[in-house]
Design a protein around this ligand. Structure first.
Ligand code: 5AD
Ligand code: SF4
Length: 480
């Protein structure tokens, strides 16, 4: 899921995980984040590591001593956006030469020393597994050196770090449960930038969720590139195949379904979400657990990428169209009210018109509630870049994408219209953008609902009768 161009700015909101600085330098750090939810979550880990050392976060670029940009490499456009921001930061540095600029995340990992040594537009380069080294890297820059750490780890999960909740509404928060990805989808740069998949100690996950709940948070989203392959079987988090575990390891192990149950049991008042599910790995056992607990939100992001078997094979997705449809049938059988969304790539290498039609037909079959849809963007050194030609012309990719988007918009509107006349429990997250007299929250199915505020407040669960809708939002009023 993409959240491009959002700026993580502030800082230590409310009473949420405010850390007592140990060595107060009072240096101001400004952090911007691009890309997936995992990046936003990682920035909260980075903020925690730095505030522990006495830094304070700021939302003002002008007053920053250190500027960090947490980057995304998933498509070329994401990298271009970051490059534009680096230009802006370098203008700032012209005015204030002591300003330290650091690049974090996937672009740092992918380009290694390029931004530092060849392009000379940053002072620090830090990959996703090296954030603990950041205070040290800043110290190196203080000594006049340029600093880099892009070592990927097989163990690092930042399990012991309490994230500083940046831009928090005090109600919803992300918790990372795995890092990295072992799937090797041929189009994807993530296995190279985020390294091997590893699972985080379940105890630290549960404790983080409990701590959030005690601070007033009412929803946690468990994050991983492929949450279904979460598997904990002891101190070393690197995934092994369940079948290869010893009997003792099996007895101690925690699967994703078991982890979800543990989090759901913290309190019926704590909603649990998760992202991203993988069609090849999502199990019936997990769906049963989902159905069993009302506080596990009835929403699954299950990226299909393509509806055609030849393309799925070229993408190395590990499932067929028929397998995917079976998973959808199973979800609808076990949870008829469950919302489903998808990621779709238009114009992957050698995709024909008929194969594109298969994707549209898949959309008609599932009728996704939401969709995240992209033109294929060739990424350097991925398997697809090495093995296949990026041969679908740009205008064909874009026309196919427009067809995919039009279909999704139609389905989203139809789904929202079907919700009109029904009531939903809504967790209130914020004031509505339109007016201070209205609140906004989401249903279990992840649809945004706006309704008149009356005496309700952020963090409340409110039963709302839906009177009207747009393609993206339900409009209603609270019922007693
Ligand atoms: N080009 C276009 N889209 C991509 N994604 C991943 N890699 C690429 C790429 N090279 C999409 C996939 C994935 C989502 C996070 O981004 O649909 O699920
Ligand atoms: Fe990339 Fe595939 Fe891993 Fe998702 S599952 S991060 S698309 S390699």
């Amino acid at each position: 899921m993409e959240f491009q161009n959002k700026v993580i700015d502030e800082a230590l909101q409310g009473s949420a995980t405010v850390l007592e600085p140990k060595n107060l330098e009072g240096r101001k750090v400004y952090i911007e984040s691009y890309g997936c939810q995992m990046n936003f979550s990682d920035s909260e880990i980075v903020a925690s590591i730095l505030t522990e050392k006495g830094y304070v976060t700021t939302k003002n670029l002008e007053e920053a001593d250190v500027v960090l940009v947490n980057t995304c490499s998933i498509r070329d456009k994401a990298e271009q956006t970051v490059r534009q921001r680096l230009t802006v930061f370098n203008k700032e540095k012209k005015k204030k030469p002591e300003l330290i600029i650091g690049v974090l995340g996937c672009m740092a990992e992918r380009l290694k020393t390029q931004l530092l040594e060849e392009e000379r537009i940053v002072d620090i380069v830090v990959g996703p597994d090296a954030y603990r080294d950041l205070p040290n890297l800043v110290a190196q820059v203080d000594e006049g050196k340029r600093a880099v750490n892009v070592i990927l780890s097989k163990e690092e999960t930042y399990a012991d770090i309490s994230p500083v909740r940046l831009l928090s509404n005090g109600v919803t928060a992300f918790i990372s449960i795995t890092r990295g990805c072992d799937n090797m989808c041929t189009f994807c740069v993530v296995p190279f930038t985020r390294g091997r998949e590893r699972s985080r100690n379940p105890e630290s996950i549960i404790n983080e969720a409990k701590d959030l709940f005690s601070k007033g948070f009412r929803e946690v989203t468990l994050l991983g590139q492929n949450v279904d392959s979460y598997l904990w079987y002891g101190e070393d988090g690197l995934k092994k195949n369940y079948e290869n575990l010893s009997e003792e390891e099996k007895a101690q192990s925690v699967t994703f379904a078991q982890l979800m149950e543990k989090v759901a049991l913290i309190s019926p008042q704590l909603r649990v979400r998760f992202s991203t599910s993988h069609p090849k790995d999502i199990t019936d056992e997990f769906l049963e657990i989902m159905a069993k607990y009302d506080n596990i939100c009835k929403y699954i992001h299950l990226p299909v990428q393509s509806g055609n078997n030849r393309i799925l094979e070229l993408m190395n997705r590990g499932y067929t169209r028929e397998w995917y449809m079976n998973r959808i049938d199973k979800i609808k059988e076990i949870m008829p009210d469950c919302a489903i969304s998808s990621d779709i790539i238009s114009g992957f290498c050698s995709e024909t018109e008929e194969e594109h039609q298969d994707t549209l037909a898949m959309m008609d079959y599932v009728k996704y509630d939401f969709g995240y849809m992209f033109n294929y963007s060739e990424r350097p050194n991925t398997l697809a870049q090495r093995k296949y030609k990026d041969d679908v012309p740009q205008e064909v990719k874009s026309r196919r994408l427009a067809e995919i988007i039009a279909k999704q918009n139609k389905h989203s509107l139809e789904r929202n219209k079907a919700y009109v006349g029904k009531t939903f429990e809504v967790l209130v997250e914020k004031k509505s953008k339109r007016s201070d007299a209205e609140l906004a929250g989401r249903t279990s199915q992840n649809t945004v609902v706006v309704f008149p505020k009356e005496n309700y407040k952020i963090g409340d669960y409110v039963t709302v009768f839906i009177e009207n809708c747009t393609g993206g939002t339900l409009l209603g009023k609270a019922v007693n």
